[in-house]
Design a protein around this ligand. Structure first.
Ligand code: 13P
Length: 252
């Protein structure tokens, strides 16, 4: 069975003291957790401080974005090597806020996926449809396109270690989660896309997280779906009790 990954995307929230204190709370309460992998994804400027707190705990950490070039004149960007230097394990790639607010294309996402994998880190590749696309019944077409574009040129061997996150745009930060059945339907479709692109064995190995208004009170049902292998949590990851409440909803 795929071991669940519960990751908290802190987005552009908190200050330094708040980030440290949240990391301390999560590390402390996560001590007894042995049935899931946990990670937090702070704003990159606080990763160093958070890493010092999480060192030796069972909570991993990551960054919310990277640029694909190794170094150079790319003002405002950070490289995979920099993320690695900070002990990151995960890099969120192609989050809907980056695609829709900051104009990231499928091609950018693909370049970043290659850079992250080649740098030895794990990309959490986000895909998801807008409300308009869902209403036009284009959900499966959109997530298939985004997934195949993200993995263009990625070998089967390298694909094995990636994480995919299905995050319907209309469910992010809205308090309106996809129902377990809606999410499972897309996860099954994504698993098929992966099996077609690679093979069944690799499709089964890749974790597919759900993200979009995951809270303690809906986590248990979402995470009990056979193809939902974890959660990418936004708002609820900013509160220790809520984040750990989601983890508690996982069956052991
Ligand atoms: P919310 O949990 O706040 O809806 O955010 C989800 C998300 O975008 C995680 O990456």
């Amino acid at each position: 069975m795929r071991r669940a990954l519960i990751a908290g995307n802190w987005k552009m929230n908190l200050d330094r003291a708040g980030a440290i204190s949240l990391a301390k709370g999560v590390a402390e309460q996560a001590r007894e957790v042995d049935h899931a992998d946990l990670a937090v994804i702070p704003p990159s400027v606080y990763v160093d401080a958070v890493a010092s707190v999480l060192q030796g705990s069972n909570v991993a950490w990551g960054v919310q974005n990277v640029y694909w070039k190794p170094n150079g004149a790319f003002t405002g960007e950070i490289s995979v090597a920099m993320a690695k230097d900070l002990g990151c394990r995960y890099v969120v790639i192609g989050h809907s806020e980056r695609r829709h607010i900051l104009g990231e294309s499928d091609e950018d996402v693909n370049n970043k996926v290659h850079a992250v994998i080649d740098g030895g880190l794990v990309p959490i590749i986000c895909v998801g449809e807008t409300l308009e696309e869902r209403e036009k019944e284009r959900t499966l077409v959109v997530v298939e396109r985004q997934t195949l574009a993200a993995l263009a040129g990625v070998s089967a061997d390298k694909a094995r270690g990636v994480v995919l996150a299905y995050e319907p745009v209309w469910a992010i930060g809205t308090g309106k989660n996809a129902t377990p059945a809606q999410a499972e339907e897309v996860h099954v479709a994504l698993r098929k896309v992966l099996a077609g692109r690679y093979n069944r064995e690799i499709a089964e190995a890749i974790r597919i997280q759900y993200g979009g208004s995951v809270k303690p009170d809906n986590a248990r049902e979402l995470l009990s779906q056979p193809n939902i292998d974890g959660a990418l949590v936004g708002g609820a990851s900013l509160k220790v009790d809520q984040f750990l409440g989601i983890v508690a909803g996982l069956s052991r």
